[in-house]
Unconditional design. Structure first.
Length: 320
C-alpha cells in the first residue's frame, strides 16, 4: 500500500501567497484600464499576506517544532523562516525603492511585478527544500524570472545583451548543477537530503569514488555561479550593467540569498559528514573572492551595475 505523503499548506504559505499575487497582478494588468491604480494595492497586500504566512509558520514551529512534508521534500524550521523573512524584506525594499521604475514600464509594469514575486517564490523554495529536484525547480523558477527581468530595461540594446548573457551562462550553470545531481543519484541512489545524509554517514570513502567526487563538485560549482563567487563571477558585470537600474539591486540580492541558503542546508544535512573535506575548497573560493572583490579596479568603476556585480564577492567570503 502506497503511503499518502503529508500535506502542509502552512509549510508553503508565503510561496502560495506570492504566487497568487503574481497571477492577480497579471490578470489585472491585461484586463483593467486602471491597472496602474490597483498595482500598489495588490503589491502591498501580497507582501503583507506573505508576512502573515511567515507569522503562521513561526507559530507552527514554536508549537510543534520543525516538520517535514510533501514526501520529504520541504522542511519547515526556524532557519527556513529566517531566510524567507530576509527575502520578503528584500522584496519590500526593492518595491519601495524601485516603484518609479515599475510605473515607468507602463503596461509592462505588471510583468515586472509578477516576475519579482515569482523569483522570490523560487528562492524561498530553495531555502526550505530538502530534496534535490525541488531544489533544482526552485533554482530554475527564480533564475528564469531574473533572466526576463534583466530584459525589461529601457536601454533596449544593453538590456537585451544582459538578458541573453545571463540566460546563456545561467543555463550552463543550471546544466552543470543538474549533472551534479544526476551523478550524485547514480552514486547514492537517493535524491532526498535525509537519504544522502544516511549514505554519507555510513562506512564509505566518498572522495575515492570519482562519480561522487564529480557530483559533489558540480553541485557546488552550480551554486557558486549563482552567488557570483570567484572564479565563477565573470558574467556579473555585463549582466548588472545592462539590467534595469531600478531593479538591479533586487537581482543582485535574491539569487545570492537563495544559493547561500542552499549551501548552508547542504553543509548541515546531506554533506554534514564531509565538512572536513569540502571546507578547504570553500575557504579557497572565499579567499579568492575577497582578493578580487577588494581589488582597487572594482572601486574605480563608476557604473552602478558594475559596482553591484562586485559586491557579492567579499560578502560571500564573509558568510563563508
Amino acid at each position: 500500500m502506497v503511503e499518502t505523503p503529508e500535506i502542509s499548506l502552512v509549510a508553503i504559505l508565503p510561496e502560495l501567497v506570492l504566487t497568487v499575487g503574481a497571477v492577480v497582478v497579471l490578470m489585472v494588468a491585461v484586463s483593467s484600464r486602471r491597472a496602474a491604480t490597483f498595482m500598489p494595492w495588490i503589491a502591498g497586500l501580497t507582501v503583507a499576506g506573505a508576512g502573515a504566512g511567515l507569522i503562521a509558520q513561526y507559530n507552527d514551529v514554536a508549537a510543534n517544532g520543525f516538520s517535514v512534508s510533501y514526501a520529504d521534500m520541504i522542511v519547515l524550521d526556524e532557519q527556513g523562516i529566517i531566510i524567507r523573512s530576509i527575502l520578503l524584506a528584500v522584496i519590500a525594499l526593492a518595491l519601495l525603492i524601485g516603484w518609479r521604475y515599475v510605473t515607468s514600464l507602463g503596461t509592462r509594469g505588471g510583468e515586472a511585478l509578477s516576475l519579482v514575486f515569482l523569483s522570490a517564490v523560487g528562492f524561498m523554495l530553495m531555502a526550505s527544500s530538502i530534496h534535490m529536484m525541488l531544489l533544482f525547480l526552485g533554482l530554475e523558477v527564480g533564475s528564469i524570472s531574473l533572466y526576463v527581468l534583466a530584459a525589461l530595461g529601457q536601454r533596449a540594446k544593453l538590456s537585451d545583451e544582459a538578458a541573453m548573457k545571463y540566460f546563456l551562462l545561467g543555463s550552463v550553470a543550471s546544466a552543470i548543477f543538474l549533472y551534479g545531481i544526476a551523478l550524485l543519484y547514480a552514486g547514492t541512489g537517493s535524491l532526498t537530503y535525509i537519504g544522502l545524509f544516511e549514505f554519507f554517514s555510513g562506512d564509505v570513502v566518498v572522495f575515492s569514488d570519482g562519480l561522487l567526487s564529480a557530483g559533489v563538485a558540480l553541485l557546488f560549482v552550480g551554486l557558486l555561479f549563482k552567488i557570483a563567487a570567484a572564479p565563477f563571477h565573470a558574467w556579473a558585470p555585463d549582466v548588472y550593467q545592462g539590467a534595469p537600474a531600478g531593479i538591479v539591486g533586487y537581482m543582485g540580492a535574491v539569487a545570492k540569498i537563495g544559493a547561500m541558503a542552499a549551501l548552508l542546508r547542504f553543509v548541515q544535512v546531506p554533506f554534514q559528514s564531509l565538512v572536513d573535506s569540502i571546507q578547504i575548497p570553500l575557504a579557497g573560493v572565499a579567499a579568492f573572492s575577497v582578493v578580487l572583490g577588494k581589488d582597487d579596479t572594482s572601486l574605480a568603476d563608476h557604473d552602478p551595475g558594475n559596482l553591484t556585480s562586485h559586491q557579492p564577492l567579499p560578502s560571500f567570503a564573509q558568510r563563508t
